[in-house]
Design a protein around this ligand. Sequence first.
Ligand SMILES: Cc1cc2nc3c(=O)[nH]c(=O)nc-3n(C[C@H](O)[C@H](O)[C@H](O)COP(=O)(O)OP(=O)(O)OC[C@H]3O[C@@H](n4cnc5c(N)ncnc54)[C@H](O)[C@@H]3O)c2cc1C
Length: 305
Amino acid sequence: MPDTKFQTDPGLLDDLSVRVEPDAPIGSKTWYRCGGSAAMLAHPSNTAQLSAVVERCNDKGVPVYVMGGGANLLVADEGVDGVVVRLDDDNFKQVRIEGRKLTAGPGVDLFSLVTATCKAGLDGLVHIAGIPGTVGGAVRMNAGGAFGDIGEAVSRVQLMSAEGQVYYRDRDDLSFEYRKTNIVAPFILDVEFEMDETDPDELNKRMKEIFFFKKNTQPMGDKSAGCSFKNPPPDVAEPAGKLIDKAGLKGKAVGKASVSDVHANFIVAEPGCTANDVITLMQEVADEVEHQFGVRLEREVVVWP
Ligand SMILES: Cc1cc2nc3c(=O)[nH]c(=O)nc-3n(C[C@H](O)[C@H](O)[C@H](O)COP(=O)(O)OP(=O)(O)OC[C@H]3O[C@@H](n4cnc5c(N)ncnc54)[C@H](O)[C@@H]3O)c2cc1C
């Protein structure tokens, strides 16, 4: 075996006809634009290929990860020793509308999703306007904000198990809470949303308002993964951003990572930033907030591995 920094067998997926990039830089594909590479980045072109990849990794005990838009992700500088899957083939980016139901593939980006619903006069997803990422990542994180979350509109999901089996779960079996869901399957595939019919012009107006509200209150142009920490339950403490601000941490920096002056729950990265800068700053911020207010903030950003 060639001398490499990863243990994952580079020939693991050779016989599966799946497009694979070895030692692929994935940190640079996240919104943070920092962090290391994956031993293997696989781009299955359909569900059958994805299933074959997942089954192979399961059989060989190789860790498998799925990356959406990388908007809530930080990849460690040393990278990820395993197979990272990206559902970026057109087959995973389909949007179908039938009456009040819209089905979107996991790779559909949220901007196109929200725009498509507004154009079709379907009310149910406009409140996530301005949140970056893909359908798969957003459902996994139950992305949302002051106006609601994505889970509210989900009526059915197609999932894939760690063994590569496809199955469905309906609304009655699903629960969505603040930045979490009871979906345990490693892969979220097609997602069906059920919405109300309304006037497209009215929806477009609301979309713009929500988008500008977000743009005016968050550092959307900077490199980040959105909010670094989850808000503590309201009966326990104030929102994470308020606590960080009150602790006097706005502007605090480690290397090229700093606490945003616009919104204290955003840790933003300047060119040359490492994942380690961000992780160290997150720890220091959480330590200081705990020291001052006795509340341990829980990370919202997913850190690999
Ligand atoms: C500027 C900025 C603003 C943001 N504002 C908000 C906000 O207001 N509200 C909010 O909730 N979030 C916000 N975020 C975070 C982010 O946009 C959301 O969490 C988004 O849903 C992540 O989607 P993604 O496709 O980029 O997921 P990724 O970051 O790629 O992945 C996130 C997690 O989802 C998993 N995942 C991805 N795809 C799938 C799939 N198909 N099946 C199963 N698991 C999957 C990944 O393995 C990982 O665990 C913001 C981020 C940025 C950069």
